[in-house]
Ligand binder design. Sequence first.
Ligand SMILES: Cc1cc2nc3c(=O)[nH]c(=O)nc-3n(C[C@H](O)[C@H](O)[C@H](O)COP(=O)(O)OP(=O)(O)OC[C@H]3O[C@@H](n4cnc5c(N)ncnc54)[C@H](O)[C@@H]3O)c2cc1C
Length: 766
Amino acid sequence: MLFFFFSLLLGLIALAGIVLLVRPLRYIFISRPLLKIYRKILPQVSQTEQEALDAGTVWWDGELFSGKPDWNTLLSYPKPQLSTEEKAFLDGPVEQLCEMLDEWRITRELHDLPPNVWQFIKDNGFFGLIIPKQYSGHGFSALAHSEVVMKIGSRSGTAAVTVMVPNSLGPAELLLHYGMEDQKNYYLPRLAKGLEIPCFALTGPDAGSDAGAIPDTGVICRSEFDGKQDVLGMRVTWEKRYITLGPVATLLGLAFKLYDPDGLLGKEKDLGITLALIPTNTPGISIGRRHFPLDAAFQNGPNSGKDVFIPIEWVIGGREGVGNGWRMLMNCLAVGRSISLPATSVGAAKLAARTSGAYGMVRVQFKMPIGRFEGVEEALARIGGNTYMMDAARIMTAGAVDLGEKPSVISAIIKYHLTERGRQVINDAMDIHGGKGICMGPSNYLGRAYQQVPVSITVEGANILTRSLIIFGQGAIRCHPYVLKEIRAANDSDNVRALQEFDRALIGHIAFSFNNGLRCLLYGLTGASHASAPNKTSVEIAGYYRQLSRFSAAFSLVADVSMLMLGGSLKRKEKLSARLGDILSMLYLCSATLKRFEDDGRPVSDLPLLQWSIQDALYRMQLAFYGLLDNFPSRIMAWKLRLLVFPLGRAFSPPSDELGHEVAKVLMASGEARDRLTAGIYVPTSADEPLGILELALQCAEKCEVANLKIRTAVKAGQVSARGGEKITEALDQGIITSTEAESLKEMKFLRRRVIMVDDFLPDFS
Ligand SMILES: Cc1cc2nc3c(=O)[nH]c(=O)nc-3n(C[C@H](O)[C@H](O)[C@H](O)COP(=O)(O)OP(=O)(O)OC[C@H]3O[C@@H](n4cnc5c(N)ncnc54)[C@H](O)[C@@H]3O)c2cc1C
């Protein structure tokens, strides 16, 4: 009987093998039926969605999707570096700008940047960071752009947004890529020198996240314009809101849908989304009113226009640009989204990390620095680990842009994860600071950053949407080695070619999935001890590469099965898609973190930060897998996948308490690891600055550690009986501490008081 079943099984396997290997049979029994199913389950993709999917490039994300990332490739990417000129700009004009910024005055009194700051920004070319030198800009690298925004962001959210927007997705970036020569020659130098203030208007009351649905329209016509008759152009009507720099802009970048009912340009009547540059003093435009985004003082407001005539030359790219607006936006979004919000989030996180560690050491309760309490230590560890990983991802992604990539999926990953982690870091910092973070005033260095978090969560793709719909949705199609080929074949109207192409992609896909499934099981059973790691790495971290190889294989397998079983409905199953996106994102963040550690020369003092952040991410990936499989619609398939991915059950735990303790120590001690973690932010040295005082207080607290211990021991032994400040005098009199130590202790009392005090005001806040 057993022999019979065994023979039957072998026979079935052989039959399947023959069907797979003999092409005509494969066409009949596998490829053709599957192509039919594929065509049915393929999600309906609109033109705008298709252009979004096609935008940008695939980089390291493609390796992660392959299930077999080549770590040597990762480490062969050059370490992103600043040029001498870029460093000089950061140490010169950026430092000076930061010194000039007083966020309290800006947000509370002026509700705007002061005129001298506006002028300084314009005069020093802050609006032309990305504009090439030939057009009078700085022509900086993406890394330098990111460093500038990060540093300003650590000082003033208002100034950071003001500088960030003209350098992000907007007129300059669009002109650089799609502008006609005369448009570039005219506008780019003016933008670089601050002679024009740009804004870019896409969002309106009815089109927020669904930006492709803008109801704003332009109709091609001929009209009298600027004293000339019969000028070819369009009448545009729009209503936009939330537009940054809008109220003070001189140049409005506008997105609208263009129609040509009279066929003045050709046969096509519905021309599609089009972008134009319109001087804001053009008759018919209403602009200048302001929104008030959570107490921030950057310029932001609505604008509208009714039947505003603009000549066709104002379309970005001229006639060629007509109808290509969405493609332009999606391509430029990949770069802008890779830099701006990640940089501001990291700036705020570094500020939070530097101040929370110092405050944890300076603030004493229950006779102990609060940072030494385990509860506070936990929050400090999260701040340290998250900030380390966030900065690593910021740098690696800016480096990718400098290599010429337009990493669309990666830009969505870091936009979402860096703003979310930034939110976590600032929340933790606020908790650690207690009332000190809550009471607003000139000495509160955290409150405004906390208030501004929702802005970065919402703009450039609101976070819930980015996580649920974009990261995996776009990743699956762009980064997967076979899915795009299959989709293209399925959409091919030539049935013979479609079948051939589909078959070729399918065979590759089957081998790919089979391979991933096998490796996944093997890694699960062996703890990934033989998975790949780079040739040149250290023993402390080689294991992390192996675990990531394991998760990459598991991710590819589960992603494949999810797509196969759920097809187009995966687009609606946002909770599943979000978890798949989380796993892909965590793989990227971990890659960046390991690369950072290697690029920095594997500093031993950074090890706790590296270990904490990677262990936390591995644990989170496991949670995402379990969450996905627990909710997978097919219970049998979920069971099989769990057996393949976690054959021995759960394998990862969160970082240990001891590791968290080590991370907290890094944040609480002045030194190279803390400086490296918070490198590039603005740290004033003046004792008149809240941050300057905090730095001095931290150094003094460290100096007083030994003397404090001596006094505590003496009090316990009954050698010192005095209370409060008298203890210092008594300990000095008795020779328990030296006079230098006594001086430091007295200075500490003074500095601590300055650090812990908050602002108060007259009853009417005047
Ligand atoms: C301060 C500020 C500055 C801005 N600057 C500019 C600018 O300069 N130019 C410009 O054009 N726009 C700008 N915006 C607009 C910004 O891009 C939009 O606010 C953003 O696209 C979200 O649109 P919405 O606010 O209408 O939210 P909605 O689209 O109404 O979304 C509300 C919530 O629903 C979620 N959601 C929506 N659809 C889905 C989905 N399919 N799946 C899951 N979740 C979903 C979103 O994630 C969000 O959480 C700015 C906005 C703000 C607040």
